[in-house]
Design a protein around this ligand. Structure first.
Ligand SMILES: *Cc1c(COP(=O)(O)O)cnc(C)c1O
Length: 429
Protein backbone atom coordinates (compact mmCIF):
# COMPACT_ATOMS: atom_id res chain seq x y z
CA UNK A 1 0.00 0.00 0.00
CA UNK A 2 1.24 3.48 -0.83
CA UNK A 3 2.32 4.91 2.51
CA UNK A 4 0.96 8.38 1.81
CA UNK A 5 -2.40 7.17 0.67
CA UNK A 6 -4.62 7.20 3.72
CA UNK A 7 -4.30 8.29 7.36
CA UNK A 8 -6.39 5.31 8.48
CA UNK A 9 -4.42 2.70 10.45
CA UNK A 10 -6.33 -0.56 10.19
CA UNK A 11 -6.95 -3.25 12.81
CA UNK A 12 -5.30 -6.66 12.47
CA UNK A 13 -3.41 -5.41 9.44
CA UNK A 14 0.26 -5.22 8.52
CA UNK A 15 -0.13 -1.93 6.68
CA UNK A 16 3.04 -2.41 4.63
CA UNK A 17 2.10 -5.68 2.97
CA UNK A 18 -1.70 -5.47 3.01
CA UNK A 19 -3.44 -5.09 -0.32
CA UNK A 20 -5.31 -1.87 -1.05
CA UNK A 21 -8.55 -1.82 0.99
CA UNK A 22 -11.91 -1.99 -0.76
CA UNK A 23 -13.80 1.26 -0.67
CA UNK A 24 -17.42 0.52 0.23
CA UNK A 25 -20.14 2.97 -0.75
CA UNK A 26 -23.19 1.17 0.53
CA UNK A 27 -24.63 -2.13 1.66
CA UNK A 28 -27.95 -3.88 1.29
CA UNK A 29 -28.91 -7.28 2.65
CA UNK A 30 -25.93 -9.63 2.26
CA UNK A 31 -24.17 -7.41 -0.28
CA UNK A 32 -21.58 -4.65 -0.11
CA UNK A 33 -21.42 -2.20 -3.03
CA UNK A 34 -18.00 -0.83 -3.88
CA UNK A 35 -16.93 2.53 -5.24
CA UNK A 36 -15.58 0.82 -8.36
CA UNK A 37 -19.04 -0.47 -9.23
CA UNK A 38 -18.44 -4.07 -8.12
CA UNK A 39 -20.31 -5.89 -5.36
CA UNK A 40 -19.14 -8.35 -2.71
CA UNK A 41 -21.15 -11.01 -0.88
CA UNK A 42 -20.63 -10.57 2.86
CA UNK A 43 -20.25 -14.20 4.01
CA UNK A 44 -19.00 -13.32 7.51
CA UNK A 45 -21.51 -10.66 8.60
CA UNK A 46 -18.78 -8.00 8.52
CA UNK A 47 -16.75 -9.47 11.39
CA UNK A 48 -19.69 -11.30 12.93
CA UNK A 49 -21.84 -8.31 13.84
CA UNK A 50 -24.27 -7.79 11.00
CA UNK A 51 -27.00 -10.32 11.73
CA UNK A 52 -29.89 -8.89 9.68
CA UNK A 53 -27.84 -7.78 6.69
CA UNK A 54 -26.68 -4.31 5.77
CA UNK A 55 -28.66 -1.08 6.10
CA UNK A 56 -31.65 -2.83 7.65
CA UNK A 57 -34.41 -0.19 7.39
CA UNK A 58 -36.21 -1.05 10.67
CA UNK A 59 -33.06 -0.52 12.72
CA UNK A 60 -32.09 2.61 10.79
CA UNK A 61 -35.54 4.00 11.49
CA UNK A 62 -35.34 3.18 15.22
CA UNK A 63 -32.00 4.99 15.50
CA UNK A 64 -33.38 8.02 13.66
CA UNK A 65 -36.43 8.22 15.94
CA UNK A 66 -34.30 7.86 19.07
CA UNK A 67 -31.77 10.46 17.86
CA UNK A 68 -34.54 13.03 17.66
CA UNK A 69 -35.54 12.38 21.29
CA UNK A 70 -32.38 11.67 23.27
CA UNK A 71 -28.97 10.86 21.79
CA UNK A 72 -26.99 10.36 25.00
CA UNK A 73 -27.19 10.90 28.74
CA UNK A 74 -24.82 10.11 31.59
CA UNK A 75 -25.62 6.62 32.79
CA UNK A 76 -24.83 6.91 36.53
CA UNK A 77 -27.90 8.30 38.28
CA UNK A 78 -29.92 8.55 35.03
CA UNK A 79 -31.78 6.00 32.99
CA UNK A 80 -34.00 5.99 29.92
CA UNK A 81 -36.58 3.85 28.22
CA UNK A 82 -34.32 2.15 25.60
CA UNK A 83 -31.90 0.93 28.32
CA UNK A 84 -34.70 -0.28 30.59
CA UNK A 85 -36.58 -1.93 27.77
CA UNK A 86 -33.56 -3.68 26.27
CA UNK A 87 -32.47 -5.05 29.66
CA UNK A 88 -35.94 -6.54 30.24
CA UNK A 89 -36.11 -8.00 26.74
CA UNK A 90 -32.69 -9.65 27.05
CA UNK A 91 -33.65 -11.32 30.31
CA UNK A 92 -36.63 -12.99 28.65
CA UNK A 93 -34.26 -15.01 26.44
CA UNK A 94 -31.50 -15.73 28.97
CA UNK A 95 -31.43 -18.45 31.66
CA UNK A 96 -33.63 -17.59 34.65
CA UNK A 97 -30.71 -17.15 37.05
CA UNK A 98 -29.36 -14.15 35.10
CA UNK A 99 -30.99 -10.98 36.36
CA UNK A 100 -28.81 -7.84 36.26
CA UNK A 101 -27.66 -6.09 33.09
CA UNK A 102 -24.50 -3.97 33.07
CA UNK A 103 -23.94 -1.93 29.90
CA UNK A 104 -20.68 -1.18 28.09
CA UNK A 105 -19.74 -0.73 24.46
CA UNK A 106 -17.81 -3.63 22.94
CA UNK A 107 -16.99 -7.28 23.44
CA UNK A 108 -13.65 -6.69 25.12
CA UNK A 109 -15.11 -4.32 27.69
CA UNK A 110 -17.98 -6.74 28.35
CA UNK A 111 -15.29 -9.32 29.14
CA UNK A 112 -13.31 -6.91 31.35
CA UNK A 113 -16.49 -6.19 33.30
CA UNK A 114 -17.22 -9.90 33.70
CA UNK A 115 -13.70 -10.61 34.99
CA UNK A 116 -13.91 -7.70 37.42
CA UNK A 117 -17.34 -8.78 38.64
CA UNK A 118 -16.13 -12.33 39.26
CA UNK A 119 -12.94 -11.19 40.95
CA UNK A 120 -14.59 -8.65 43.22
CA UNK A 121 -17.50 -11.00 43.97
CA UNK A 122 -15.21 -13.10 46.16
CA UNK A 123 -13.54 -10.09 47.80
CA UNK A 124 -16.96 -8.62 48.58
CA UNK A 125 -17.86 -11.91 50.25
CA UNK A 126 -14.75 -11.61 52.42
CA UNK A 127 -12.81 -14.33 50.59
CA UNK A 128 -9.37 -13.06 49.60
CA UNK A 129 -7.86 -16.23 48.12
CA UNK A 130 -9.84 -16.69 44.91
CA UNK A 131 -7.58 -14.59 42.72
CA UNK A 132 -6.91 -16.84 39.72
CA UNK A 133 -8.82 -17.47 36.51
CA UNK A 134 -9.29 -20.53 34.35
CA UNK A 135 -9.74 -20.50 30.58
CA UNK A 136 -9.46 -22.78 27.56
CA UNK A 137 -6.51 -23.26 25.29
CA UNK A 138 -7.27 -21.49 22.01
CA UNK A 139 -9.57 -18.97 23.70
CA UNK A 140 -10.11 -15.46 22.35
CA UNK A 141 -11.84 -12.91 24.57
CA UNK A 142 -10.84 -9.55 23.09
CA UNK A 143 -7.94 -7.12 22.88
CA UNK A 144 -7.91 -5.17 26.15
CA UNK A 145 -5.51 -6.39 28.84
CA UNK A 146 -7.82 -8.58 30.92
CA UNK A 147 -9.35 -10.00 27.77
CA UNK A 148 -5.89 -10.64 26.25
CA UNK A 149 -4.75 -12.29 29.47
CA UNK A 150 -7.66 -14.70 29.48
CA UNK A 151 -7.18 -15.42 25.77
CA UNK A 152 -4.59 -17.84 24.51
CA UNK A 153 -1.11 -16.53 23.96
CA UNK A 154 -0.67 -15.97 20.24
CA UNK A 155 0.82 -13.68 17.62
CA UNK A 156 -1.98 -11.23 18.54
CA UNK A 157 -0.73 -10.57 22.07
CA UNK A 158 2.89 -11.76 22.03
CA UNK A 159 4.44 -8.25 22.32
CA UNK A 160 2.52 -7.71 25.58
CA UNK A 161 3.36 -11.02 27.20
CA UNK A 162 5.08 -9.56 30.28
CA UNK A 163 2.03 -7.44 31.05
CA UNK A 164 -0.55 -10.21 30.95
CA UNK A 165 -1.71 -11.95 34.12
CA UNK A 166 -1.39 -15.73 34.35
CA UNK A 167 -4.42 -17.85 33.63
CA UNK A 168 -4.53 -21.63 34.03
CA UNK A 169 -5.64 -23.42 30.90
CA UNK A 170 -7.61 -26.48 30.02
CA UNK A 171 -7.51 -28.16 26.59
CA UNK A 172 -10.57 -27.46 24.43
CA UNK A 173 -12.14 -30.69 23.07
CA UNK A 174 -12.67 -29.44 19.52
CA UNK A 175 -14.67 -31.84 17.41
CA UNK A 176 -16.03 -32.25 13.88
CA UNK A 177 -18.09 -34.67 11.80
CA UNK A 178 -17.04 -38.32 12.09
CA UNK A 179 -14.64 -37.58 14.93
CA UNK A 180 -14.01 -40.87 16.71
CA UNK A 181 -11.83 -39.31 19.42
CA UNK A 182 -14.34 -36.85 20.83
CA UNK A 183 -15.19 -38.68 24.06
CA UNK A 184 -11.55 -39.15 24.90
CA UNK A 185 -10.77 -35.46 24.23
CA UNK A 186 -13.65 -34.43 26.45
CA UNK A 187 -12.68 -36.66 29.34
CA UNK A 188 -9.04 -35.56 29.05
CA UNK A 189 -10.14 -31.91 29.19
CA UNK A 190 -12.35 -32.49 32.24
CA UNK A 191 -9.63 -34.49 33.96
CA UNK A 192 -7.12 -31.72 33.40
CA UNK A 193 -9.64 -29.23 34.85
CA UNK A 194 -10.22 -31.37 37.92
CA UNK A 195 -6.50 -31.75 38.47
CA UNK A 196 -6.05 -27.97 38.47
CA UNK A 197 -9.00 -27.51 40.82
CA UNK A 198 -7.60 -30.06 43.24
CA UNK A 199 -4.11 -28.61 43.09
CA UNK A 200 -5.29 -25.07 43.77
CA UNK A 201 -8.26 -25.59 46.08
CA UNK A 202 -10.15 -22.36 46.76
CA UNK A 203 -7.90 -20.30 44.46
CA UNK A 204 -10.05 -19.80 41.34
CA UNK A 205 -12.61 -17.04 41.08
CA UNK A 206 -14.03 -18.03 37.69
CA UNK A 207 -13.56 -19.86 34.44
CA UNK A 208 -14.19 -17.88 31.26
CA UNK A 209 -15.51 -19.86 28.32
CA UNK A 210 -16.59 -19.35 24.71
CA UNK A 211 -19.47 -21.81 24.88
CA UNK A 212 -19.86 -24.38 22.04
CA UNK A 213 -17.78 -22.44 19.50
CA UNK A 214 -14.37 -20.82 19.91
CA UNK A 215 -14.45 -18.12 17.24
CA UNK A 216 -11.18 -16.38 16.52
CA UNK A 217 -8.95 -19.41 17.04
CA UNK A 218 -10.61 -21.15 14.11
CA UNK A 219 -14.31 -21.93 14.73
CA UNK A 220 -13.48 -24.82 17.05
CA UNK A 221 -16.66 -26.55 18.13
CA UNK A 222 -17.49 -28.73 21.12
CA UNK A 223 -20.58 -30.69 22.10
CA UNK A 224 -23.39 -29.38 24.37
CA UNK A 225 -22.91 -32.47 26.57
CA UNK A 226 -19.41 -31.24 27.32
CA UNK A 227 -20.68 -27.83 28.45
CA UNK A 228 -22.99 -29.57 30.92
CA UNK A 229 -20.19 -31.64 32.42
CA UNK A 230 -17.99 -28.57 32.63
CA UNK A 231 -20.72 -26.72 34.50
CA UNK A 232 -21.15 -29.60 36.99
CA UNK A 233 -17.45 -29.62 37.84
CA UNK A 234 -17.21 -25.85 38.23
CA UNK A 235 -20.32 -25.81 40.44
CA UNK A 236 -18.92 -28.59 42.59
CA UNK A 237 -15.78 -26.54 43.18
CA UNK A 238 -17.63 -23.25 43.70
CA UNK A 239 -15.96 -21.57 40.72
CA UNK A 240 -18.04 -19.00 38.82
CA UNK A 241 -18.68 -19.70 35.15
CA UNK A 242 -18.42 -16.77 32.73
CA UNK A 243 -19.81 -17.28 29.22
CA UNK A 244 -18.28 -15.08 26.57
CA UNK A 245 -21.16 -15.14 24.08
CA UNK A 246 -19.94 -12.05 22.26
CA UNK A 247 -19.88 -14.04 19.02
CA UNK A 248 -22.29 -16.92 19.77
CA UNK A 249 -25.22 -14.76 20.95
CA UNK A 250 -28.36 -13.61 19.15
CA UNK A 251 -29.16 -16.64 17.02
CA UNK A 252 -25.67 -17.29 15.73
CA UNK A 253 -25.74 -20.94 16.81
CA UNK A 254 -29.28 -21.48 15.54
CA UNK A 255 -30.65 -20.78 19.02
CA UNK A 256 -30.90 -17.46 20.86
CA UNK A 257 -27.84 -18.14 23.00
CA UNK A 258 -25.32 -20.97 23.43
CA UNK A 259 -26.34 -21.31 27.09
CA UNK A 260 -29.88 -22.12 25.93
CA UNK A 261 -28.65 -24.49 23.25
CA UNK A 262 -26.52 -26.40 25.76
CA UNK A 263 -29.00 -26.20 28.65
CA UNK A 264 -26.45 -24.55 30.94
CA UNK A 265 -26.62 -21.51 33.23
CA UNK A 266 -23.52 -19.35 33.51
CA UNK A 267 -23.17 -16.98 36.48
CA UNK A 268 -22.16 -14.14 34.15
CA UNK A 269 -22.63 -13.73 30.41
CA UNK A 270 -21.02 -11.26 27.96
CA UNK A 271 -22.92 -10.17 24.85
CA UNK A 272 -22.00 -7.74 22.07
CA UNK A 273 -21.35 -8.11 18.30
CA UNK A 274 -24.86 -8.98 16.98
CA UNK A 275 -26.64 -7.04 19.72
CA UNK A 276 -27.45 -3.96 17.59
CA UNK A 277 -27.62 -5.87 14.32
CA UNK A 278 -24.24 -4.38 13.39
CA UNK A 279 -25.34 -0.73 13.61
CA UNK A 280 -23.72 0.67 16.74
CA UNK A 281 -21.16 -0.46 19.33
CA UNK A 282 -22.90 -1.79 22.43
CA UNK A 283 -22.34 -4.60 24.91
CA UNK A 284 -23.82 -6.03 28.07
CA UNK A 285 -22.51 -8.15 30.91
CA UNK A 286 -25.41 -9.90 32.60
CA UNK A 287 -24.95 -11.28 36.11
CA UNK A 288 -26.86 -13.65 38.35
CA UNK A 289 -28.68 -12.25 41.35
CA UNK A 290 -26.12 -13.96 43.54
CA UNK A 291 -23.23 -12.11 41.94
CA UNK A 292 -25.18 -8.84 42.08
CA UNK A 293 -26.04 -9.39 45.76
CA UNK A 294 -22.36 -9.43 46.74
CA UNK A 295 -22.06 -5.84 45.44
CA UNK A 296 -25.41 -4.71 46.89
CA UNK A 297 -24.43 -3.24 50.25
CA UNK A 298 -24.39 -0.13 52.42
CA UNK A 299 -20.62 -0.14 52.01
CA UNK A 300 -19.65 2.12 49.06
CA UNK A 301 -16.40 0.18 48.62
CA UNK A 302 -18.39 -2.87 47.50
CA UNK A 303 -19.79 -1.12 44.40
CA UNK A 304 -18.58 -2.00 40.92
CA UNK A 305 -16.38 0.95 39.99
CA UNK A 306 -16.42 0.52 36.25
CA UNK A 307 -18.09 2.56 33.54
CA UNK A 308 -17.62 4.13 30.14
CA UNK A 309 -18.57 7.50 28.72
CA UNK A 310 -21.06 5.88 26.37
CA UNK A 311 -22.47 3.35 28.85
CA UNK A 312 -26.04 2.42 27.80
CA UNK A 313 -26.00 4.91 24.92
CA UNK A 314 -29.67 5.46 23.99
CA UNK A 315 -29.03 5.13 20.24
CA UNK A 316 -27.28 1.79 20.71
CA UNK A 317 -30.03 0.57 23.03
CA UNK A 318 -32.74 1.66 20.58
CA UNK A 319 -30.95 -0.17 17.75
CA UNK A 320 -30.69 -3.27 19.96
CA UNK A 321 -34.39 -3.15 20.87
CA UNK A 322 -35.25 -2.97 17.16
CA UNK A 323 -32.84 -5.80 16.33
CA UNK A 324 -34.30 -7.92 19.15
CA UNK A 325 -37.77 -7.32 17.71
CA UNK A 326 -36.71 -8.52 14.27
CA UNK A 327 -35.14 -11.67 15.72
CA UNK A 328 -38.23 -12.48 17.80
CA UNK A 329 -40.56 -11.95 14.85
CA UNK A 330 -38.59 -14.26 12.60
CA UNK A 331 -36.65 -16.89 14.54
CA UNK A 332 -36.76 -19.03 11.45
CA UNK A 333 -34.26 -16.63 9.87
CA UNK A 334 -31.50 -18.10 12.04
CA UNK A 335 -32.96 -21.55 12.68
CA UNK A 336 -33.18 -22.47 8.97
CA UNK A 337 -29.51 -22.04 8.04
CA UNK A 338 -28.07 -25.17 9.70
CA UNK A 339 -29.96 -27.49 7.37
CA UNK A 340 -28.71 -25.67 4.30
CA UNK A 341 -25.15 -26.00 5.60
CA UNK A 342 -25.63 -29.72 6.22
CA UNK A 343 -26.81 -30.37 2.73
CA UNK A 344 -24.20 -28.28 0.96
CA UNK A 345 -21.24 -29.21 3.11
CA UNK A 346 -21.77 -32.90 2.44
CA UNK A 347 -20.92 -32.18 -1.20
CA UNK A 348 -17.49 -30.85 -0.22
CA UNK A 349 -16.59 -34.32 1.07
CA UNK A 350 -15.05 -35.26 -2.29
CA UNK A 351 -12.10 -32.90 -1.85
CA UNK A 352 -9.14 -34.56 -0.21
CA UNK A 353 -7.57 -31.28 0.84
CA UNK A 354 -10.61 -30.38 3.00
CA UNK A 355 -10.91 -31.85 6.51
CA UNK A 356 -12.69 -31.39 9.84
CA UNK A 357 -16.12 -30.45 8.49
CA UNK A 358 -18.14 -28.79 11.24
CA UNK A 359 -21.42 -26.96 11.61
CA UNK A 360 -23.11 -25.25 14.55
CA UNK A 361 -26.29 -23.34 13.74
CA UNK A 362 -25.52 -20.64 11.17
CA UNK A 363 -21.74 -21.30 11.28
CA UNK A 364 -19.97 -23.78 9.03
CA UNK A 365 -16.21 -24.31 8.94
CA UNK A 366 -13.66 -26.51 7.22
CA UNK A 367 -9.86 -26.84 7.36
CA UNK A 368 -7.77 -26.59 4.21
CA UNK A 369 -4.74 -28.87 4.44
CA UNK A 370 -1.39 -27.15 4.71
CA UNK A 371 0.21 -25.45 7.69
CA UNK A 372 -2.24 -24.35 10.39
CA UNK A 373 -2.35 -21.28 12.67
CA UNK A 374 -3.40 -17.67 12.07
CA UNK A 375 -0.33 -16.87 9.97
CA UNK A 376 -0.66 -19.99 7.88
CA UNK A 377 0.57 -19.17 4.39
CA UNK A 378 -2.56 -20.50 2.73
CA UNK A 379 -4.80 -17.99 4.55
CA UNK A 380 -3.87 -14.85 2.56
CA UNK A 381 -3.95 -16.79 -0.73
CA UNK A 382 -7.44 -18.04 -0.02
CA UNK A 383 -8.57 -14.59 1.08
CA UNK A 384 -7.46 -12.92 -2.13
CA UNK A 385 -8.88 -15.78 -4.21
CA UNK A 386 -12.29 -15.25 -2.59
CA UNK A 387 -12.31 -11.45 -2.79
CA UNK A 388 -11.28 -11.54 -6.46
CA UNK A 389 -14.34 -13.64 -7.09
CA UNK A 390 -16.57 -11.24 -5.12
CA UNK A 391 -16.83 -13.02 -1.76
CA UNK A 392 -15.93 -11.58 1.62
CA UNK A 393 -14.56 -14.71 3.29
CA UNK A 394 -11.72 -14.13 5.71
CA UNK A 395 -10.02 -17.41 6.58
CA UNK A 396 -8.62 -17.81 10.09
CA UNK A 397 -5.29 -19.29 9.02
CA UNK A 398 -6.19 -22.44 7.10
CA UNK A 399 -9.78 -22.46 8.37
CA UNK A 400 -12.45 -21.26 5.96
CA UNK A 401 -15.76 -20.49 7.64
CA UNK A 402 -19.16 -19.13 6.72
CA UNK A 403 -20.92 -16.93 9.26
CA UNK A 404 -23.60 -15.20 7.23
CA UNK A 405 -26.19 -12.52 7.96
CA UNK A 406 -29.52 -14.26 8.60
CA UNK A 407 -31.17 -12.56 5.64
CA UNK A 408 -28.94 -14.50 3.24
CA UNK A 409 -30.85 -16.56 0.66
CA UNK A 410 -30.36 -20.28 0.10
CA UNK A 411 -29.11 -19.44 -3.37
CA UNK A 412 -26.46 -17.09 -1.98
CA UNK A 413 -25.29 -19.74 0.50
CA UNK A 414 -24.95 -22.19 -2.40
CA UNK A 415 -22.79 -19.65 -4.24
CA UNK A 416 -20.46 -19.57 -1.22
CA UNK A 417 -20.15 -23.36 -1.21
CA UNK A 418 -19.40 -23.34 -4.91
CA UNK A 419 -16.58 -20.85 -4.49
CA UNK A 420 -15.12 -22.90 -1.61
CA UNK A 421 -15.26 -25.97 -3.85
CA UNK A 422 -13.44 -24.01 -6.55
CA UNK A 423 -10.77 -22.98 -4.08
CA UNK A 424 -10.32 -26.62 -3.08
CA UNK A 425 -10.00 -27.63 -6.74
CA UNK A 426 -7.55 -24.92 -7.67
CA UNK A 427 -4.04 -25.85 -6.70
CA UNK A 428 -3.53 -23.10 -4.17
CA UNK A 429 -0.81 -24.65 -2.05
C1 LIG B 1 -14.99 -10.41 19.00
C2 LIG B 1 -14.95 -11.09 20.31
C3 LIG B 1 -14.60 -10.39 21.48
C4 LIG B 1 -14.16 -8.94 21.44
O1 LIG B 1 -15.17 -8.10 21.03
P1 LIG B 1 -14.79 -6.65 20.47
O2 LIG B 1 -16.10 -5.97 20.29
O3 LIG B 1 -14.08 -6.89 19.17
O4 LIG B 1 -13.93 -6.00 21.49
C5 LIG B 1 -14.62 -11.06 22.67
N1 LIG B 1 -14.97 -12.35 22.74
C6 LIG B 1 -15.32 -13.06 21.65
C7 LIG B 1 -15.73 -14.48 21.80
C8 LIG B 1 -15.31 -12.45 20.40
O5 LIG B 1 -15.62 -13.16 19.31
Amino acid sequence: MDKANSPVWMPYTQMKTAPEPFKVNSGKGSWLYLENGEKILDCISSWWVNIHGHACPEIAEAIYRQARELEQVISAGFTHEPAEKLARLLLTKLPDNLKRVFYSDNGSTAVEVALKMAFQYWKNKGIQTRTSFLAFEGAYHGDTFGAMSSGSRSVFNDPFNELLFDVDRVPFPATWMDDSEVLKKESDALLSLEKLLEKKIGKYSAMIVEPLVQGASGMNMCRPEFMKKLQDILKKHDVLMIYDEVMTGFGRLGEWFACKKSGTEPDIICLSKGITGGFLPLAVTVASEEVYDSFYDDDAAKALYHGHSYTANPLGCAAAVASFGLLSENENSFRRIENIHKERMARLGIYENLTKFRICGTIAAVDFSGDSGYLSSIGPKLKSFFTEKGFLLRPLGNVVYILPPYCISEEEICMIYEIIAKAAETALI
